[in-house]
Ligand binder design. Structure first.
Ligand SMILES: [Zn+2]
Length: 83
């Protein structure tokens, strides 16, 4: 049994995907860490540059509890206005 078995994602790999855009750094320029979603298999992240702004776009399965929590706290798809 592998060490990852206790963190097995619960959302199917064939699920529809949704994305959220997150700030890549705080107001002082300290970068945020990016950790894989423990709830869904298709999670992945993209680093996006828009002029001088850099942000992170996370993709999750649409039914992912982690994605739904991000949506609940008001994460936006507008670059630079993430968490
Ligand atoms: Zn997820």
């Amino acid at each position: 049994m592998s060490m990852r078995s206790s963190r097995r994602p619960r959302v199917n790999d064939g699920a529809k995907l949704s994305s959220v855009d997150l700030a890549a750094e705080d107001d002082e320029g300290t970068p945020y860490g990016i950790w894989p979603c423990e709830h869904c298999i298709p999670w992945h992240a993209e680093v996006i540059r828009d002029g001088d702004d850099v942000f992170v776009r996370e993709w999750h399965a649409s039914g992912c509890p982690g994605f739904q929590e991000l949506a609940r706290v008001g994460v936006t798809t507008d670059p630079g206005r993430g968490l």
